[in-house]
Ligand binder design. Structure first.
Ligand code: B12
Ligand code: SF4
Ligand code: SF4
Length: 306
């Protein structure tokens, strides 16, 4: 953040000539998501041997999908108004996406910090087109969190330290995706069987019963991403990991972090169930070439002795 300075707050410093920002949301629940999906997600966390990948990452990498659709939208605008200066973004640049979305009426910022709308919950991505066209501004929507604090109360690591304030160092999404080193020991048990990202603050949110399905096949589930077991996924070689995650956002964490995360989940499963199958799976990687993986496997095996 420091290296980009105030570019984040001043769009024209990022893309010279910018005078307006077109904001967009793209829903990501897969098209065949059942009506009781929130309940099902909670239940999966009760089955320790299941591997829980965050809902947003179970299909194709959204960065590619959203960026190409925003570019198509920009091309269509150019067909109507003639060539204009623009650049599309999603998640990739120093852009205050949630703040822009909130100010332009895509939704309000929930206490979990994400953008939220009464008709769509929060299960959507954000994207923007910076343009050099002076467009009339849309209005923000009102805040409908009220006295609710479900997301703060249910966060497994107490990462939401105040309304609209997340301590990323405690957030399972950060720890499993962005963080490269060892996962702090105190936060390993609360990770449960989440191996990539975390949805709990969104599952807790009453507005997500209005979350919309995506009509795009891009977000259809990939094999292993919604029904995989920890034991199966832990057995993937690096080549298999790369093959199975081609075109998926998961690929970016690499095989080493993938194994680190699953080792923690296996340790939690071992502690919860005492099932020797989890210990056997862990033992196959006790001598892994990566010190990071070895340390997490050793921690996980020790959970069986607690
Ligand atoms: C860093 C990051 C994370 C971090 C930190 C999250 C956090 N809450 O701080 C981690 C890794 C933990 C994370 C996790 C997740 N993330 Co994330 N993340 C981002 C990212 C890349 C940057 C956010 C950020 O820190 N910006 C910098 C800070 C300074 O900005 P800010 O949060 O908007 O807050 C500032 C402004 O409000 C500003 N402000 C307030 N008033 C004013 C006034 C003025 C004048 C100005 C200038 C500024 C200003 O001050 C605030 C504090 O400094 C964005 C994409 C993006 N470019 O925005 C996605 C994004 C927020 N993440 C997203 C998602 C989906 C997630 C997860 C749900 C993924 C998952 N399932 O695991 C989780 C949810 C965790 C949570 N409760 O937040 C989506 C959210 C979509 C939505 N509906 O809102 C985004 C928008 C990506 C996208 N393009 O779709 N994420
Ligand atoms: S994503 Fe999970 S760990 Fe992070 S704030 Fe939300 S509930 Fe807490
Ligand atoms: S769970 Fe409650 S407090 Fe949290 S974002 Fe949803 S409505 Fe707001």
């Amino acid at each position: 953040m420091a290296s980009h300075g105030l570019k984040r707050a001043r769009p024209a410093e990022l893309v010279p000539g910018t005078v307006s920002v077109i904001t967009a949301r793209m829903d990501y629940l897969p098209s065949d998501t059942p009506g009781d999906w929130i309940e099902r997600e909670w239940q999966r966390q009760q089955r320790p041997g299941e591997a829980v990948v965050s809902v947003y990452a179970r299909g194709r990498d959204y960065h590619k999908v959203l960026r190409s659709r925003l570019q198509k939208l920009a091309d269509r605008i150019a067909d109507e108004v003639g060539p204009f200066g623009h650049r599309v973004f999603t998640d990739s640049a120093p852009v205050l996406e949630v703040e822009l979305a909130a100010r332009s009426g895509i939704g309000w910022r929930g206490k979990h910090t994400l953008t939220l709308h009464r008709d769509a919950g929060s299960m959507f991505f954000l994207g923007e087109i910076y343009v050099d066209l002076a467009l009339p501004a849309t209005e923000p929507t009102s805040d409908h969190c009220g006295s609710c604090s479900a997301c703060m109360d249910l966060c497994p690591t107490q990462a939401i330290t105040g309304a609209q304030r997340v301590d990323a160092r405690r957030c399972i999404s950060y720890l499993t995706i962005e963080h490269s080193g060892p996962i702090p020991e105190a936060l390993r048990a609360p990770m449960g069987n989440r191996i990539y990202g975390c949805d709990d603050c969104q599952l807790a949110c009453p507005w997500n019963k209005f979350a919309q399905r995506s009509p795009l096949p891009d977000f259809d589930l990939r094999e292993g991403m919604a029904d995989g077991t920890l034991i199966d996924l832990f057995a993937w070689s690096e080549a298999e990991f790369l093959r199975r995650t081609e075109g998926s956002a998961i690929r970016r964490i690499g095989h080493e972090r993938w194994l680190r995360n699953i080792a923690v989940a296996l340790g939690n499963a071992l502690r919860a169930s005492g099932d020797a199958a989890f210990a056997q799976a862990l033992a196959t990687r006790a001598d892994d070439p990566s010190p990071l993986v070895r340390e997490h496997v050793a921690w996980a095996l020790a959970q069986g002795r607690r």
